[in-house]
Design a protein around this ligand. Structure first.
Ligand code: C5P
Length: 326
């Protein structure tokens, strides 16, 4: 085989409940992941040594060395393939990006997942999806979900996944990309600080995406799955889903990037069924009732001057998959 290409989706978090900081610096989460139709493509080819080239959206902000998550995934998979059936000494990875960098959409994890799926095929290593998820979890918290796709509940750091049993409803989302990035560790650290100060935003307005607020980190409760969101997903009723969206990281993201408040308010005033910050931000996410409403919302939002650009996406979509091999 001379080359394999995989396609990998971005993710949203329909709920992101964050517990207190753990001894290892991570936070225990309960999250509802949802894969959407914004894809990166990852191609792998045999080469003398590992190397990566990144093109497309935000490519200049992605590391081109061993820190690149796709290259780290290649190295992790090579170590996991015990019988050494990895063909040539190295792999040339080409990442074609449409998922913006540091936007809260897990673009880096998507690229790692794409590299895992593509190398598994290139090397005919035969690892199962479960085994790839285990390798992926060592590279990043969201890699396992990028492999699985669909809608799934994530626990632990987000890597322990249970697929959500939901009807085959297609949800129509509008993404508002911000003019800037947020650092995920900084957003988590800001949340811890806001909680210490007792200012985590209080009870969130339904459909406004803000987390449930609550006590400071010393007394921060363990996160829980939101029954109202799961019932809404089972019903397939987009309006109910819109009202149940929540993200504990949102007050932290908004405090670091105050323009997001304006973006979220604009989307709700323009008729979105719900609005929230994507993961650690700064992308804002809006749920629309159908494809037509999503188009109207996207046009109005891009005219409102509250974001860099917009995209319409659908979810859920499947996880990382090989799309061509030669
Ligand atoms: O695992 P990943 O590299 O995506 O995480 C990036 C950073 O986000 C971590 O280094 C940590 O600071 C923060 N994080 C966290 N708790 C999680 C996931 C991520 O604190 N469950």
């Amino acid at each position: 085989m001379t080359g394999v290409t995989a396609r990998v989706p971005a993710k949203l978090n329909l709920q992101l409940a964050v517990g207190p900081p753990r001894a290892d610096g991570y936070h225990d989460l309960v999250t509802v992941f949802h894969a959407v139709s914004l894809f990166d493509e990852v191609t792998v080819e045999p080469a003398g040594r590992d190397a990566v080239r990144v093109t497309g959206e935000g490519a200049d902000r992605v590391p081109g060395d061993q820190d690149n998550l796709a290259l780290r995934a290649v190295a992790a998979l090579r170590a996991a393939v015990r019988d050494g059936r990895t063909g040539a000494a190295g792999v040339r990875v080409t990442v074609s990006k449409r998922i913006p960098v540091a936007a809260g959409l897990a673009g880096g994890s998507a690229d790692a997942a794409g590299a895992l799926v593509a190398c598994n095929e290139l090397w005919a290593s035969g690892l199962s999806q479960q085994q790839l998820c285990e390798v992926g979890a060592t590279v990043g918290s969201d890699v396992a979900f990028a492999l699985l796709g669909g809608t799934a509940v994530g626990r632990g750091r987000g890597e322990r996944l249970t697929p959500a049993l939901a009807p085959a409803t297609r949800y129509h989302w509008v993404l508002a990309f911000a003019d800037g990035q947020l650092s995920t560790p900084e957003v988590y650290a800001t949340l811890d600080r806001l909680r210490t100060q007792g200012g985590s935003g209080g009870m969130g307005r339904p459909g406004s995406g803000e987390g449930r607020g609550g006590p400071g980190p010393s007394e921060t409760a363990q996160p829980h799955l939101d029954d109202a969101l799961m019932a809404a997903l089972r019903s397939g009723d987009a309006a109910r889903v819109g009202r149940a969206l929540s993200n504990d990281l949102q007050p932290a993201a908004v405090s670091l990037f105050p323009l997001l408040r304006k973006t979220l308010t604009a989307g709700l005033e323009l008729g979105a069924l719900g609005a929230l910050v994507a993961g650690s931000g700064p992308t804002c996410v809006f749920l629309a009732a159908n494809a037509e409403r999503a188009l109207e919302l996207a046009v109005s939002l891009s005219g409102a001057g509250v974001c860099r650009s917009v995209a319409r996406v659908m979810g859920p979509v499947p996880g990382a998959a090989v799309v061509s091999a030669s």
